[in-house]
Design a protein around this ligand. Structure first.
Ligand SMILES: N[C@@H](CCC(=O)N[C@@H](CS)C(=O)NCC(=O)O)C(=O)O
Length: 201
C-alpha cells in the first residue's frame, strides 16, 4: 500500500488509521504547495492534485472519509467500526461524515481568507461568518460528547475523521471556552501513539 501524504494535512488521518490498524504502508511524502502536487505524474494518480491518496494494489482512492471507510471495510477485520445493528453505527456514520461535510468547509474558508489569499484580497466578513459556523459545528460535537469518551462507543474511524477536524479547529483558534467536552477529547486523542506517529511523519 502506498499513501500519498503531506504533513499537517488531512493525510494525517490516513496515516493515523494505518498506524492504529498496524498495516504496512509506503509513504510518498509530498509538501503542500509544492509543484510536485500538480505534476502530470501525480495528477495521473489524483486529478485534483490533493492529498491524501491511497494506492492499494489495483485500487486508487482519494477523499479521506472514503479512504477511512475503504481501509476499515477491506483491511479492518471488524476493528474501529461499531456493529451495524447497534445505535453506535449510525453515530459512527454521522460523525465520520460531519468532518468533511460540516467542519472542514469552515476551516477551508478560514485558511483561504487568512493564509492563502494575498492580504489585499482577504475578506474579513467571510472569516467572521466561517468562524461563527465553525463554532456552531463544534458546539454540536461538544453536545454529543457529553458523557462519552469517543463519538460512537469505542474509539472508531469517526474519531479519526471528526476528531482530526476538531484538533485542526483548535489549532486555528476556534473558541472552545464554552465547550467543556472538547479539550479532554482532544487530549484523549492526542495521547494515542498512532496519532503521535502519524504527526511525526
Ligand atoms: N475532501 C478532501 C480534501 C482534500 C484536500 O483538500 N487536501 C488538501 C490538504 S488538507 C490538499 O491537498 N490541498 C492541496 C491544494 O489545494 O493544492 C479529503 O477529505 O481528502
Amino acid at each position: 500500500m502506498k499513501l500519498y501524504f503531506a504533513p499537517n494535512t488531512r493525510a494525517v488521518r490516513i496515516a493515523w488509521l494505518l498506524e492504529e490498524l498496524g498495516l504496512d504502508y509506503d509513504l510518498e511524502r509530498m509538501t503542500l504547495g509544492d509543484k510536485a502536487m500538480r505534476a502530470p505524474d501525480y495528477l495521473a494518480v489524483n486529478p485534483m492534485g490533493r492529498v491524501p491518496t491511497l494506492v492499494d494494489g489495483e485500487v486508487t482512492i482519494s477523499e479521506s472519509g472514503a479512504i477511512v471507510e475503504y481501509l476499515l471495510a477491506r483491511h479492518g477485520k471488524g476493528r474501529l467500526v461499531p456493529a451495524v445493528e447497534t445505535q453506535d453505527f449510525a453515530a459512527y456514520l454521522q460523525w465520520l461524515h460531519f468532518a468533511e461535510g460540516m467542519i472542514m468547509p469552515q476551516i477551508n474558508v478560514i485558511m483561504v481568507e487568512t493564509v492563502f489569499l494575498p492580504p489585499e484580497r482577504r475578506n474579513e466578513v467571510n472569516v467572521k461568518r466561517a468562524m461563527k459556523l465553525l463554532n456552531q459545528m463544534l458546539g454540536a460535537v461538544d453536545a454529543h460528547m457529553a458523557g462519552r469518551e469517543f463519538l460512537a462507543g469505542d474509539f472508531s474511524g469517526a474519531d479519526i475523521m471528526c476528531g482530526h477536524a476538531v484538533i485542526v479547529s483548535e489549532r486555528l483558534g476556534a473558541d472552545l471556552s464554552d465547550k467543556v467536552n472538547l479539550p479532554p477529547y482532544i487530549a484523549r486523542l492526542s495521547g494515542r501513539p498512532a496519532l503521535q506517529k502519524a504527526r511525526a511523519l
